[in-house]
Design a protein around this ligand. Structure first.
Ligand SMILES: Cc1cc2nc3c(=O)[nH]c(=O)nc-3n(C[C@H](O)[C@H](O)[C@H](O)COP(=O)(O)OP(=O)(O)OC[C@H]3O[C@@H](n4cnc5c(N)ncnc54)[C@H](O)[C@@H]3O)c2cc1C
Length: 509
């Protein structure tokens, strides 16, 4: 049996006994084969001494059991790492950031507590996956949509807390942004409800997110200040239709006015779908557009037709830009339509995204996993072109002159006002190759930071590196986070190191 770092066998035994009494022996896992299930299948350190691994796991089923587990961990100074469904592939899986922590596995807490069709919201526990919430809504015949990320097996809460995104309409795609109200167990075991939930018997917890006084919810995104045991979220009333179009151009420089038009249309709420910018090969023939911008609009048919007319007028005012209207798909989709669309755009969770990583004729020897460097750059055509040049100029150098299978940049406009330029790195089981990938990844992070671009979400192995780049005023933000950490979790038991926030006893000088 593994023992967490800096913990005596006697203290660990006492904690295990308390957890067994609280949750039942069958829900405390210490056997190597059980604990191995919490390894990160996409770890860039797979099989190396630096791989982040758990020492044990404990799986409570109720709020009271979470409190009991946390209290015992606090009393015996045992590092805990809460996960919801633990399917955070590409960002650490279900493995802890601080190796040797005990995983606090919340996937047994899987109740959909409420779905309110009239005001379009839900209240869920951490183990509720996108599939679960979708099934609940379908079975109840409610006229609301969820907004799933590509893998539908993840947790509504876990994905939001890690800063995840989906693929339907704004504002629902920003998963933390679309939450309304949290219930949190602090390191002391105390339960806090945020927003209107702080009012005993509140009738409006999921109606108003701000409540009274400072809004503390943001402290629980990408942090380690508490264990979230309930979350409210806004749902999208099922839109009557999705109408899509594509604006294209053959001139590289046209991306500047095209992105200005797209920004304007999104900021005016004319275009509300998950847009995308796709670049064709450099110097493409006239038959192959250099830039394509997808333009999806959700809403009532009459309204989206008028919005599309307006979008078309704005795009075609740019000389040389073509605008091709696609299909208008009414909802609910017919089975025939369901078979040919990208389901996540219609709020339907699935796992088809994993096909891109699987073995196929075009990819006969897949690496098995990937991680991404996703810096946020200004949402302008000039910045996008600068990033494109930056990528081209540095790829060979940062890859040590080898083809490491790095792919990029993918331009993502998944959040309002935000442009993410994603570079993808294959991760496999060969330590030598993974070492080269890690070195390239670090190189990109440092070089991008020097230009004023930084990552929004990071794999566990790189969370310190990226936190280091957010260094304005001698790391004032880190120092503030550490002050908060010391106040809410003085023994430093919760998710040590998550997003670069370390408790006092593990802080590097
Ligand atoms: C091919 C592929 C495609 C992907 N596409 C997307 C995508 O479209 N959008 C997207 O957002 N992501 C995507 N991902 C990344 C990731 O797989 C998903 O975000 C997934 O939903 C995260 O796993 P989870 O929901 O099980 O969260 P968890 O693993 O449960 O949680 C994530 C982290 O949040 C913290 N946490 C979780 N629950 C709690 C809690 N209750 N209290 C305190 N802290 C907690 C923990 O630190 C945990 O490690 C993709 C990954 C792959 C491999």
């Amino acid at each position: 049996m593994a023992i967490p770092p800096n913990v005596t066998p006697a203290a660990f035994d006492a904690a295990l006994a308390a957890w067994r009494a609280a949750v039942g022996s069958e829900w405390v896992f210490t056997a190597a084969e059980d604990v191995a299930l919490y390894r990160d299948a996409y770890s860039p350190y797979w099989g190396e001494p630096e791989e982040r691994v758990a020492s044990a796991a404990v799986a409570p089923a109720t709020l009271e059991q979470v409190q009991a587990v946390v209290r015992a961990a606090n009393a015996h100074r045992i590092p805990l790492y809460p996960i919801s469904t633990g399917r955070n592939l590409a960002y650490g899986g279900s493995a802890p950031v601080y190796s040797g922590s005990v995983v606090l596995d919340l996937k047994r807490m899987n109740r959909v507590l409420e779905v309110n069709e009239r005001n379009a919201y839900a209240l869920v526990e951490p183990g509720v996956s996108y599939f679960d919430l979708y099934d609940y809504i379908e079975q109840a015949g409610l006229d609301v949509w969820i907004d799933p990320p590509d893998p539908g097996w993840g947790s509504v809460i876990g994905n939001a807390l890690d800063g995840g995104a989906g693929w339907t309409a704004s504002p629902f795609r920003d998963h933390f942004g679309a939450h309304c109200g949290l219930e949190i167990v602090l390191a002391s075991g105390e339960v806090v409800r945020t927003g209107m939930g702080a009012l005993p018997n509140s009738k409006s917890w999921q109606h108003n997110r701000w409540g009274y006084g400072p809004w503390v919810d943001g402290l629980f995104r990408q942090s380690n200040f508490g264990v979230v045991t309930k979350m409210g979220l806004y749902l999208m009333p099922r839109p009557e239709a999705l109408y899509s179009a594509a604006a294209t151009t053959e001139r590289d420089a046209d991306i500047v006015p095209m992105l200005d038009v797209l920004n304007r249309l999104e900021n005016e709420h004319i275009v509300n779908g998950s847009t995308g910018i796709f670049g064709g090969p450099d110097g493409a023939a006239a038959s192959f557009p250099t830039w394509t911008c997808s333009v999806p609009i959700y809403g009532p048919e009459k309204v989206v037709r008028a919005q599309m007319d307006y979008a078309k007028a704005r795009f075609t005012a740019i000389p040389g830009v073509r605008f091709t209207e696609g299909e208008l798909l009414r909802t609910p989709l017919s089975p025939e339509a369901q078979a040919r669309v990208r389901l996540v755009n219609f709020g339907i969770p699935n796992l088809s995204t994993f096909a891109m990583l699987g073995r196929s004729p075009s990819n006969p020897d897949p690496a098995g996993g990937h991680i991404g460097f996703s810096p946020i750059v200004p949402r302008t055509g000039e910045a996008l072109l600068e990033f494109k040049r930056f990528y081209r100029e540095n790829l060979a150098k940062l890859s040590g002159g080898e083809d490491l299978g790095i792919v990029g940049p993918v331009y993502m406009t998944c959040w309002d006002r935000t442009l993410v330029c994603l570079i993808m790195f294959p991760i496999g089981r060969d330590p030598a190759r993974n070492a080269k990938i890690r070195s390239a990844f670090e190189g990109w992070v440092r070089l991008a930071a020097a230009r004023g671009w930084a990552e929004y979400r990071a794999p566990a192995a790189f969370q310190d590196l990226i936190a280091d780049t957010y260094s304005f005023n001698h790391h004032a933000l880190r120092r503030l986070n550490e002050t908060l950490k010391d106040a809410v979790d003085p023994n430093g038991i919760l998710s040590a190191g998550r997003y670069g926030i370390w408790p006092k006893h593990l802080r590097k000088v």
